[in-house]
Design a protein around this ligand. Structure first.
Ligand code: NAP
Length: 347
């Protein structure tokens, strides 16, 4: 009888902590859990103490599933240790951007393209948080009629930049409240408290931010359709948890708002928050999901579903979820569940 899998979580920051929480929450079968980061210490998550060890290649001996939530780039955790973990026999599920567009690496949102787990060669990538929630909400609509065009603006919370950025944002809020000078900009490039930043990611030569370009490429890969015209604008807003997105789509045939509500409400892990509230003052008032509604939860919330009065096949949506959970840690754990369910462990 299988008593559980040997799991490693690499990274003990915003996403790593959430991974540990979600593994427990979903009762993922684990016989041994290692938490690896850049230094030895202890970490407490929901009252339980976990030893944290310095990441080394040898630490992956015997590990079957390695969930990476470390840094990105050439010297980052996934590039440095991911291939070694695979050599030791682990399936690597990486949250960063390093492997997402590698043609040998599936990029997976389980509700959307869980079957792509089948062709992994050791590494599976988790998409960027802003992509995850958009494709999750769009898949049931795409199944009704192929999507030809997407125009999306994001309202992204600061936890998307990691735990140190959240601490810096809290210092900024205190500075504003106390009338003090702003702390140095270390993890956030400008004042976010009482502000909105539409240009705080790395700019590319074409004028887009890398966060926007990721949404284009990743959506094409996940939906297996690189013909979709995608125009994103990514924006950081003064919110700690939960990303929101205003999404406009044009489909091949018209999808009515009612048809969309019905398809979305039947899709796994989506909750439609778009009820007619009515009332004397405003008979057309509807409920609308907020980042606070989504924070700490597992569903992607969809509201403000309405038809475009000017474009025959146009539809608008408001999509919200917890970026640290479905946008990162939860999606990664769901990928691990998919790997186990499909019997695609290396050993
Ligand atoms: N936050 C989000 O919403 C989100 C969403 C999607 C994807 N992601 C991606 O997920 C990853 C983690 O993000 P985060 O927000 O959790 O960052 P974070 O809060 O800054 O935490 C990063 C963690 O990685 C560890 N680490 C860094 N370099 C390492 C190395 N070379 N070897 C081992 N561990 C290393 C750090 O260790 P120490 O604690 O010892 O310094 C820290 O615990 C990033 O790639 C990020 O882009 C984040």
């Amino acid at each position: 009888m299988n008593t559980g899998y040997r799991v490693a979580v690499v990274g003990a920051g915003a996403v790593g902590v959430e991974m540990i929480r979600i593994l427990r929450e979903r009762a993922f079968p684990i016989s041994d859990l290692q938490v690896l980061a850049r230094s030895d210490r202890e970490m407490v998550v929901d009252g339980l103490t976990y030893p944290v060890r310095t990441t080394t290649e040898e630490a992956f001996a015997g590990v079957q599933i390695a969930l990476f939530a470390g840094t990105e780039g050439e010297k980052g955790a996934a590039v440095t240790f991911g291939p070694a973990a695979v050599r030791h026999g682990a399936v690597v599920i990486d949250n960063g951007k390093d492997f997402r567009m590698d043609p040998k690496v599936p990029l997976v949102v389980p509700e959307v393209n869980g079957e792509d787990v089948e062709w992994h060669e050791g590494i599976i990538a988790n998409p960027n948080c802003s992509t995850v929630q958009m494709v999750h909400a769009l898949k049931p609509l795409y199944d009704l009629s192929p999507i030809r065009r997407i125009v999306v603006s994001t309202y992204q919370s600061i936890s998307g930049s990691g735990a140190p950025a959240v601490r810096e944002f809290e210092q900024q809020i205190r500075a504003v409240a106390d009338g003090m000078n702003m702390p140095d900009y270390v993890h956030i490039p400008a004042q976010l408290a009482q502000n909105v930043l539409a240009g705080c990611w790395t700019f590319l030569e074409n004028g887009y931010q890398d966060e926007e370009w990721k949404m284009i490429l990743e959506t094409h890969k996940i939906l297996h359709d690189n013909q979709i015209l995608i125009s994103p604008t990514t924006v950081r807003v003064p919110v700690i948890a939960g990303h929101s997105e205003s999404v406009y789509i044009e489909t091949e045939r018209k999808i009515t708002a009612d048809e969309a509500r019905d398809a979305l409400s039947r899709f796994p892990n989506i909750r439609v928050v778009d009820d007619l509230l009515g009332g004397e003052k405003n008979p057309f008032a509807r409920s609308c999901p907020t980042p606070l509604d989504a924070a700490g939860g597992s569903d992607t919330l969809v509201g403000r579903i309405r038809e475009d009065p000017f474009v025959p096949n146009g539809l608008l949506l408001w999509v919200v979820n917890d970026n640290l959970r479905k946008g990162a840690a939860l999606n990664a754990v769901q990928i691990a569940e998919e790997v186990v369910r499909r019997n695609r462990l290396i050993r």
